[in-house]
Design a protein around this ligand. Sequence first.
Ligand SMILES: *Cc1c(COP(=O)(O)O)cnc(C)c1O
Length: 404
Amino acid sequence: MLDIQKIRAEFPILSQKVNGKPLVYFDNGATSQKPQLVIDAEVKYYQEINANIHRGVHTLSQLATDAYEVSRGKVQQHINAKFAHEVLFTSGTTFGINLVTNGFASILKPGDEVIVSSLEHHSNIVPWQMLCEKTGATLKVIPMNEDGELMMEAFDALLSEKTKVVTVNHISNALGIINPVKDIIAKAHAVGAAVLIDGAQAVPHLKPDVQDLDCDFYAFSGHKMCGPTGTGILYGKEEWLNKLPPYQGGGEMIKEVTFEKTTYADLPHKFEAGTPNIAGGIVLGTAIDYLNSVGFENIQQYENELLEYATKRLLEIEGLRIYGTGKNKASVVSFNIDGIHPYDIGSIIDKLGIAVRTGHHCAQPIMTFFCIPGTIRASFSFYNTKEEIDQMVDAVKKAQTMLS
Ligand SMILES: *Cc1c(COP(=O)(O)O)cnc(C)c1O
């Protein structure tokens, strides 16, 4: 069992007041809060070992390089990658996805097909559309049902030898639905397609095992898992990372440069041009250690309780509809109230100290599917409480009274 009060005390921002009310932070799907030890680790890096990595022979440069590579090793272990050089530091999920789509520009041909799902974040739609425009490949979409679940028979029907890439998110940011990614990966591989999993919403809630999933790429961001902004990871299978061309050219990613020809560095450096976010990369390792010390089993069990409780309490409100009613869900509740714009509810409850996200959540096709302008999304973390959920429900009721 988690000691939630002790955990909350580790997050300084949670004791703040917003608009004169104690902060209730339910926008964890957009970014998580950071524990003091993550904040301290960032400061400590600059105070004690700041230097550029992989370059100097001097002591600080070696200390910084070691810390960066130790962090890469932590990520490797955490996601169970076979090799550390399959773990690329990026600035976030968006960067990782674009690295892959850029690489596939030299592989795809007219007539090839790319399959995305109807549950994707814009980050996992637009780069693939750009890739299809560039190469003449066709974009296909796995449809979803009214519960927000992907329709697997329709997916089967889309697959063919023309399918070159399949990409889905592990967990939907807009609805919280957990997708059957292992099944999707196996089916895609059966027709010879590569698979990228967008794990941005999964990594705060679970520990992905990339070898067990057998995905070819797995992208995620540090900032949604208690780490710093501007950090992220792209896992890629060695054979794929060897096949893809570099994304950016620059320092650090070369073996030898002449004006006639440049040869590229070995993995992972081939994909890590320029000076990276060194402090961020190191501190991402600290954030992963922290989450593991809380324990993903504890996190899941507690967040499921919060999800069940919030669902039950919210459904007491007349005219409230929840979107994403599928069975397999993470701790996200997306909802609307009859006749009231989500933005209006969001603004009123913000005055009461409650932070939720309103709008399309970078997933406009989902909103189009449900014929709504957006939803109110409450996304819970292991540092939230049932008392906070009660406060949100009271605030939503108050807003409903004021607006109707
Ligand atoms: C947040 C998110 C992204 C984009 O992550 P960035 O950190 O903004 O690059 C992509 N996909 C999903 C499912 C997300 O939740």
